[in-house]
Design a protein around this ligand. Structure first.
Ligand SMILES: C[S@@+](CC[C@H](N)C(=O)[O-])C[C@H]1O[C@@H](n2cnc3c(N)ncnc32)[C@H](O)[C@@H]1O
Length: 297
């Protein structure tokens, strides 16, 4: 079948769901992934044809896209901070806002990392996107990554291998660990007594009451364990991680969070109350309160 014809079928079937522009992007992602054919090649060779089995692969993808399954899960991979990441339904698909958080940390700690080997902990690592892009760009750093989900940690370990970096992975529930410091000593027993220079987290932060704002492709496909918190205690992870950071950051160590845009001031107040200094709420490229940082005194 001629690829251009196939592209037309994608438009007929999917434009109403995704819009024309997005459908082109989805189609080109498929041609790159399944056929290793770049967008430019398609433009230069409009009569380019593919075999029957290849066509069938596209029709299968089309069916999944019609059901609004995220293309990243379909292809099993995505890109984050210029690096490749495997993803499946056990991990959140890394978001551009999170790249901004990573960028903030890299810019803030590059110099420091040249003179001392930074110890960094990423809490709720999911695909490992934060931990892996940090160690890739702060090559001296020793990075630890924690998640409650065994299945997510499997993906993160695969991604560490794929990107050729060393990370120490920890399976733990941060809420329990924050409440009971002897638990942390158990999980981190091999490295007893050390403190971190940087703790970072993009924890679950979407309230159930915000569900109507979430697109069906996210709601139906991405892990709810990674996304949702109770309406009546939406900062549960921020509170636990701040408590944990008080005990496990070095003096002058830094805490970084990705946050719920609607809860910026409340989340900031948590750090202020915990006597962090230079607490700063930062906006993402869309102008929403999205990042929070503070320094332990
Ligand atoms: C919003 S996702 C962030 C994933 C990844 N860091 C990112 O930025 O794309 C939150 C992660 O926290 C993990 N998580 C949820 N509850 C947890 C808990 N109690 N303790 C540790 N991790 C938890 C989830 O499994 C999920 O991977």
């Amino acid at each position: 079948m001629v690829l251009k014809e196939l592209q037309n079928i994608f438009h007929i079937e999917l434009d109403a769901i995704y819009g024309q522009h997005e459908v082109d992007s989805l189609f080109y992602l498929c041609t790159e992934y399944y056929l290793n054919i770049a967008r430019i090649q398609l433009t230069l060779e409009p009569e380019l044809a593919i075999t029957k089995p290849e066509t069938e692969t596209f029709f299968k993808a089309l069916e999944h896209l019609k059901q609004q399954q995220p293309i990243q899960y379909l292809l099993g991979e995505t890109e984050f901070y210029g690096l490749p990441f495997k993803v499946n339904e056990n991990v959140l698909i890394p978001r551009p806002e999170t790249e901004e958080l990573v960028d903030l940390i890299i810019k803030g700690h590059s110099q420091q990392n040249k003179v001392s080997k930074l110890k960094i902990l990423d809490i709720g690592t999911g695909s490992g996107c934060i931990a892996i892009s940090l160690v890739k760009n702060l090559p001296n750093a020793k990075v630890y990554a924690l998640d409650i989900s065994k299945e997510a940690l499997k993906v993160a370990k695969q991604n560490a291998k794929l990107n050729n970096v060393e990370i120490t992975f920890i399976e733990a529930n941060i809420i329990e660990v924050a409440e009971n410091s002897s638990l942390w000593e158990d999980v981190a027993s091999r490295e007893k007594g050390f403190l971190f220079d940087v703790i970072v987290s993009n924890p679950p932060y979407v309230r159930n009451l915000e569900k109507q704002e979430i697109k069906p492709n996210v709601l139906d496909n991405e892990p709810h364990l990674a996304l949702f918190v109770d309406d009546d205690n939406p900062l549960v992870f921020y509170k636990a991680i701040t408590d944990f950071a008080i005990n496990n950051l070095k003096p002058k160590g830094h805490l970084y969070f990705e946050i719920n845009q609607y809860l910026g001031e409340d989340t900031k107040q948590l750090l202020v109350d915990a006597k962090f200094k230079d607490v700063e709420l930062l906006k993402d490229l869309n102008g929403n309160d999205r990042m929070l940082k503070g320094e332990k005194i």
